[in-house]
Design a binder for this molecule. Structure first.
Ligand SMILES: [Zn+2]
Length: 295
């Protein structure tokens, strides 16, 4: 609408696609975008019947972008939500008349839009996550002396490849080390995630960490690593390796983290498709890159 890209009759007529440009609603003026959403008597009546009648311009709208920008400078989010919803209803009304030969009255359009916005607001309030749960979904700083190893995997079937991202941080927050690896010919998501756990622990061992928390967002893989019975899935051997590796640390724990709390590892796993086999270490404030062998 703001960019004037909608296929209104006036635009189609200019491009010689149709042979008339009259508005199907009023049949009086050419249907430009400005006409459709503001200048048409139907649109005008809808705005006047709504609680945001003050969006009406004193002159016909010829540039919707300017019209909307001016409104955004004057009105709050709630009013703009209703404005956008009514615009959407006006466009639907126009399409219903043209393609289905159906139309709503002015009162029906306004009532539908206002009810729609109210229901949307109520749904937003109901779906708000409690503060305690929000905290669980974010990356949480580990306790003093503990290192957190987040791992994640991504698969690109078109490239027949997978990416693994790992990030290690301590209780002060800065990144101790990060790693991204591209693996060829591995397309099973759980296998990639399980391999991510193995590589995260290899990195933890190489760094000489003693107390670690391993965090992944694959519930399947994390549950398998936590499990006491042999895992017979295609990634069972990787689960076994991970469980054996965990014994090398003085203290270790494995837990699931929501995707929102694993974003950096997730991004690194995507980055692996651009760069291959990269490990970066950052200790004591000085950054240096170092390929850690054996991974
Ligand atoms: Zn009209």
């Amino acid at each position: 609408m703001c960019l004037g890209l909608l296929a209104v009759w006036a635009t189609l007529w200019k491009r010689h696609i149709v042979n008339m440009d009259l508005c199907a609603g009023c049949g009086v003026e050419a249907e430009t975008v400005g006409h459709c959403f503001h200048n048409c008597w139907f649109a005008m009546h809808v705005w006047m019947s709504s609680s945001i009648f003050m969006v009406i311009n004193s002159t016909p709208v010829t540039n919707c972008f300017e019209w909307v920008c001016n409104l955004m400078a004057k009105y709050d989010l709630e009013q703009m939500n209703l404005f956008i919803t009514i615009c959407w209803c006006l466009w639907n009304q126009r399409n219903s008349i043209i393609f289905e030969n159906k139309s709503r009255t002015v009162a029906e359009v306004v009532s539908f839009a206002e009810k729609y916005v109210t229901e949307y607001d109520q749904a937003q309030q109901c779906s708000q996550i409690p503060e305690s749960q929000v905290r669980l979904r974010r990356w949480v700083v580990p306790s003093e002396g503990v290192f957190k190893l987040n791992f994640d995997g991504s698969v690109r079937k078109a490239q027949a490849a997978a990416g693994i991202g790992i990030i290690v941080r301590d209780n002060n927050g800065p990144v101790i080390a990060s790693m991204d690896v591209r693996i060829h010919y591995l397309e099973d998501v759980d296998c990639v995630e399980a391999l991510g756990a193995v590589k995260a622990l290899q990195l933890g061992c190489a760094l000489g960490l003693g107390h670690i928390q391993l965090k992944g967002d694959s519930l399947n893989v994390v549950s398998a690593i936590q499990g006491k019975v042999d895992n017979l899935s295609c990634y069972g051997h990787l689960v076994g390796v991970t469980q054996a590796q965990l014994l090398h640390f003085r203290f270790s724990s494995v837990s699931h983290v929501y995707r929102e709390g694993n974003l950096v590892a997730h991004c690194l796993s995507k980055l692996a498709f651009n760069f291959c086999f990269t490990t970066s270490l950052d200790r004591g404030g000085s950054s240096f890159f170092n390929g850690v062998g054996g991974f």
